[in-house]
Design a protein around this ligand. Sequence first.
Ligand SMILES: Cc1cc2nc3c(=O)[nH]c(=O)nc-3n(C[C@H](O)[C@H](O)[C@H](O)COP(=O)(O)O)c2cc1C
Length: 312
Amino acid sequence: MTSNQPDLRVKIGPLELKNPVLTASGTFGYGQEFASLIDLNALGGIVVKGLSLKPMAGNPPPRIVETPCGMLNAIGLANIGLETFLEEKLPWLQKLDTAVIVNIYGHSIDEYGALAAGLKGVKGISAIEVNISCPNVERGGMAFGTDPDVSARVTEQVLKNSDKPVIVKLSPNVTDIRTIAKAVEKAGAHAVSLINTLTGMAIDIERRVPKLANISGGLSGPAIRPVALYMVYQVVRSVHIPVIGGGGIMDYRDALEFLIAGARAVQVGTANFVNPRASLDIIGGLRKFCTDQELTSISEIIGSLRVSTENS
Ligand SMILES: Cc1cc2nc3c(=O)[nH]c(=O)nc-3n(C[C@H](O)[C@H](O)[C@H](O)COP(=O)(O)O)c2cc1C
């Protein structure tokens, strides 16, 4: 680090990032898709598209709808499956000089364990991010992440089978996200990330049909940012493990809101579809902000929110 450059490094439990900006799962492919557009090594890290044990075709089209200040997606977690990822995608990712975080999801608690076991001992993976927003077939399709006990059991199962830092990605589609955050912390998670998409729908009024073939989808983009920010604020005050924040971050000023609220790092999702350079622009903006504010380290910003009462 040269003396006049602010230090952007952050620690997420055992994981050290060169800066606090990660690309969010499902919005950045397996990284390779963006390699000709941006310098991937400048990122804090890449979270790859959610992986299941077997390849998944996902939902039928239409799978994406634009909404005011956001988008609804019902991709259905389409992905190439663990084996093809390890054979075809990981060797390329291993050559990068940035953190590679593998996002996983299962249809049962055992499948989460099997995925973690399949990644055990594999080099070039910095951490596992566990998506608990998907349907649990053993509980009639209810999302794992809506129940604190089930969320804890998924976390335990991943940790039992893993040799990597485990980040649990929380669903916002719950009454009180703090109860889930506390449950996964107690189960041993090294960190939590939030938020995943908010469930919603859109209707074609001429045809009187849902705009998405799946009927409902996940809302992302700037429309969800205030909700995401408040959830991050709440979770930061409820757990002792590091929190990674995201939801609707489009520029460095948005990212700063999450960092000031106490997030140790941020994830940039939908913004990648609008501007493939969004994450790099955010890193540049954070660096300049620190310099302008005469801060030597981004850590001086993290959790620096001033509130007049504890309950606000
Ligand atoms: C098209 C699309 C696909 C996504 N796929 C995944 C996924 O596979 N796993 C996951 O945990 N989150 C997935 N997400 C959620 C994002 O990672 C992110 O948490 C969410 O979109 C909120 O951030 P944003 O508003 O910056 O996009 C997906 C989001 C979008 C828009």
